[in-house]
Write a protein that binds this ligand. Structure first.
Ligand SMILES: Cc1cc2nc3c(=O)[nH]c(=O)nc-3n(C[C@H](O)[C@H](O)[C@H](O)COP(=O)(O)OP(=O)(O)OC[C@H]3O[C@@H](n4cnc5c(N)ncnc54)[C@H](O)[C@@H]3O)c2cc1C
Ligand SMILES: NC(=O)c1ccc[n+]([C@@H]2O[C@H](COP(=O)([O-])OP(=O)(O)OC[C@H]3O[C@@H](n4cnc5c(N)ncnc54)[C@H](O)[C@@H]3O)[C@@H](O)[C@H]2O)c1
Length: 473
C-alpha cells in the first residue's frame, strides 16, 4: 500500500503550455493536478513578458513627457518614481495571479504549491516549506519547467552579485549607470526602458553587431535609435572577468579588437540567454532523456523518451516565447485527441518591444541568402505609413520577401505597432495565399497596418519590372 495520490494528469510547472493543458483536461472532466514551485501561471505574468512590458510602458510615458514640447505641451519639470512604477506593476501582477487562481478554481484543476521531483517513473514528490509532503502519480504527465537566466562562469561574476531580469524588474530605484552584459531581447528592451527612466546605460555584446539574426539594414536602424537615445553600445566585446559589486561599482574586463576593454557602471544586468530548469527534478528516474544542452529531449509531437510524459515550452527547447509554449499546448492537446500534429515547419513569429518595435515572421534576406532561396524583395520606409506622419513615428521600414510562386516567404516590420501587423501576413502565409491577396485588402485609413497595402503594392510594382530571383540571389 502506498500513499500516492492518483490523478488522471499531472502538470509539473504552471507556465503557459502547462496551465492551458491543465485547464483543458480539467474542463473535460479529468482529475488534474498542477505543481508550481513559485510563480502561479509561470514566468510570463510574474517575472518576464508582462512585468517587462508594464515597465516598458511606464518608460514610454516618461519618454513622451520628456519630449512633450514637440507635441505642443510644455512640461516644466517631471520626476520618475520607480516606487510608483513598481506599485503599478505589482498591482498588475497581483491581478494576473488572482485571475489564474480563479481559472484553476473554475476548471477544477488542483494547484499544488511546492517543488516537484520525480521519485519513481511516474511518481512526483511535492515539497514546500509550508505544507506536508505529497506524492502524486498519473497516467499522463506534462512537463512545463521553463528556464532561468544563464550565468556564464566568468571569474568575479558571482561575487559581483549581478542582476538578472528578475531583480531588474523589481528595482525600487533607477541605477546611475546600468551595464548590460548581452545584447539580445532582454538587453535591448530593458536598455531603452531604463535609459528613458533616467539611467545611463551601456550594452556590452560579444557579436560584431546587434541583432545578428536580422538583416543588417534593420539592425542598423534600431541600433541608431538606441544610440540616439543616449545608450552606449559596445559590440565585438570578449569579456573575461568581472570586478566590484553590482549596486555599488562594477567593472567588466576583457578585449575588443585585441585591445584591453574595461566597462564600469553602478549596476550589472546579465542577459545572455536562458538555461532550462531541468536539474534536480529526477528526470532520469522518470526515464526522460535530456539533450546535450540540458533541454528535455522531445520528438516533433512533443513526446519525451518516457511513454506518457510530454514536455512543452522553454524546457523542451521550443523557441522561447510565450505564444510558442501556448502552441505546444495545442499540439499536444490535438495529438491526445487522435490528431497527428507536429512542431516541424510551424510559424515562429516574434516581436521585440523596443520603440519602434521589431516584428518578423518567416524568412529575412540573411536567411534566404544563407539557404539559397530565390526571392523578390519589396520594402517601404515607415514614413510611407501615413499614420506615422501624424504621430512622429517615421523611423523604420517594412520588408517583404516573395518567392518564385508568389507566396510570401517572410515579412519584417521595424516600426510603431509592428507586432500588430503580423497576423494578417501570417494568415496569408499559413493558407498559401499569393501576396497579391494582401495587396487587394481594403484597409482602414489611417491605421498603421494600412502600410501593408503600400508594401504589397510595391511588391506588385516591382514584379512587373523584375522577374523573381533577381534580388538578393
Ligand atoms: C524579461 C523577459 C521578457 C520576455 N518577454 C517576452 C515577450 O514579450 N513575449 C514572449 O512571447 N516571450 C517573452 N519572454 C519569454 C517567455 O517569458 C518565455 O518563453 C515563456 O514564459 C516560457 O513559458 P513556459 O511555458 O516554457 O514556462 P514558464 O512560464 O517559464 O513556467 C515554468 C514554471 O515551472 C515552474 N517550475 C519549474 N521547475 C519546477 C519544479 N521542479 N516544481 C514545480 N514548479 C517548477 C517555474 O516556477 C515556472 O513557474 C520573455 C522572457 C523574459 C525573461
Ligand atoms: N519580446 C520578446 O519576445 C522577448 C523579450 C525578452 C526575452 N525574450 C525571450 O527570452 C530569451 C532570453 O533573452 P536574452 O536577451 O537573455 O537572450 P538572447 O538569446 O536574446 O540574447 C543573448 C545575447 O547575449 C549575447 N552573448 C552571449 N554570450 C555573451 C558574452 N559572453 N558576452 C557578451 N554577449 C554575449 C548573444 O550574442 C546574444 O546577443 C530570448 O531568447 C527570447 O526568446 C523574448
Amino acid at each position: 500500500m502506498n500513499n500516492n495520490e492518483e490523478f488522471d494528469a499531472v502538470v509539473l510547472g504552471s507556465g503557459e503550455g502547462g496551465k492551458f493543458m491543465a485547464w483543458h483536461l480539467a474542463q473535460h472532466g479529468a482529475r488534474v493536478a498542477v505543481i508550481e514551485e513559485r510563480y502561479v501561471g509561470g514566468s510570463c505574468p510574474n517575472i518576464a513578458c508582462l512585468p517587462s512590458k508594464n515597465i516598458l510602458h511606464s518608460a514610454a510615458v516618461a519618454h513622451t513627457v520628456a519630449g512633450a514640447v514637440a507635441f505642443g505641451s510644455q512640461v516644466s519639470q517631471y520626476t520618475v518614481s520607480m516606487q510608483a512604477i513598481q506599485a503599478r506593476k505589482r498591482e498588475m501582477v497581483d491581478g494576473l495571479i488572482a485571475m489564474h487562481q480563479t481559472r484553476f478554481a473554475k476548471t477544477g484543476a488542483e494547484l499544488i504549491l511546492g517543488r516537484g521531483r520525480f521519485v519513481g517513473p511516474r511518481v512526483i514528490e511535492v515539497t514546500s516549506a509550508e505544507k506536508p509532503m505529497r506524492r502524486v502519480t498519473a497516467k499522463h504527465i506534462f512537463l512545463d519547467l521553463g528556464a532561468f537566466a544563464a550565468m556564464p562562469e566568468l571569474p568575479g561574476l558571482v561575487d559581483a552579485a549581478p542582476m538578472t531580469h528578475v531583480e531588474l524588474l523589481d528595482l525600487k530605484t533607477t541605477p546611475n549607470h546600468l551595464v548590460i552584459l548581452g545584447g539580445g531581447y532582454i538587453a535591448l528592451e530593458l536598455a531603452q526602458a531604463m535609459r528613458r527612466l533616467g539611467s545611463d546605460v551601456t550594452i556590452v555584446e560579444r557579436t560584431e553587431r546587434l541583432l545578428t539574426r536580422e538583416d543588417p539594414d534593420i539592425a542598423s536602424i534600431l541600433t541608431q535609435v538606441l544610440v540616439d537615445e543616449g545608450i552606449e553600445i559596445i559590440t565585438g566585446a570578449e569579456i573575461a572577468s568581472v570586478s566590484g559589486r553590482s549596486g555599488a561599482r562594477v567593472t567588466l574586463h576583457g578585449k575588443k579588437n585585441g585591445h584591453d576593454l574595461a566597462v564600469t557602471g553602478s549596476d550589472l544586468l546579465v542577459a545572455l540567454g536562458k538555461s532550462p530548469n531541468t536539474k534536480g527534478v529526477g528526470l532520469d528516474i522518470a526515464g526522460v532523456a535530456l539533450t546535450g544542452t540540458g533541454y528535455v529531449e522531445v520528438n516533433d509531437r512533443l513526446e519525451t523518451t518516457a511513454p506518457g510524459i510530454w514536455a512543452l515550452g522553454d524546457c523542451a527547447g521550443t523557441p522561447a516565447f510565450t505564444h510558442m509554449s501556448f502552441d505546444d499546448f495545442r499540439i499536444v492537446r490535438d495529438n491526445l485527441a487522435g490528431e497527428s500534429r507536429v512542431t516541424t515547419g510551424r510559424q515562429v513569429p516574434f516581436c521585440l518591444f523596443t520603440e519602434p518595435e521589431l516584428a518578423r515572421v518567416g524568412l529575412n534576406e540573411v536567411e534566404a541568402a544563407r539557404n539559397g532561396i530565390a526571392y523578390r524583395l519589396a520594402e517601404i520606409p515607415a514614413a510611407a505609413i501615413l499614420r506615422t506622419r501624424s504621430t512622429g513615428e517615421t523611423t523604420g521600414k517594412l520588408k517583404l520577401l516573395v518567392g518564385e510562386d508568389d507566396r510570401i516567404l517572410g515579412f519584417t516590420a521595424l516600426c510603431a505597432r509592428a507586432g500588430e501587423f503580423l497576423p494578417v501576413v501570417q494568415l496569408a502565409m499559413a493558407n498559401g495565399l499569393p501576396y497579391q491577396a494582401v495587396e487587394k485588402l481594403v484597409i482602414a485609413h489611417p491605421t498603421y497596418s494600412e502600410g501593408l497595402n503600400g508594401l504589397f503594392a510595391s511588391a506588385m510594382a516591382q514584379a512587373r519590372q523584375q522577374p523573381p530571383g533577381t534580388s538578393g540571389t
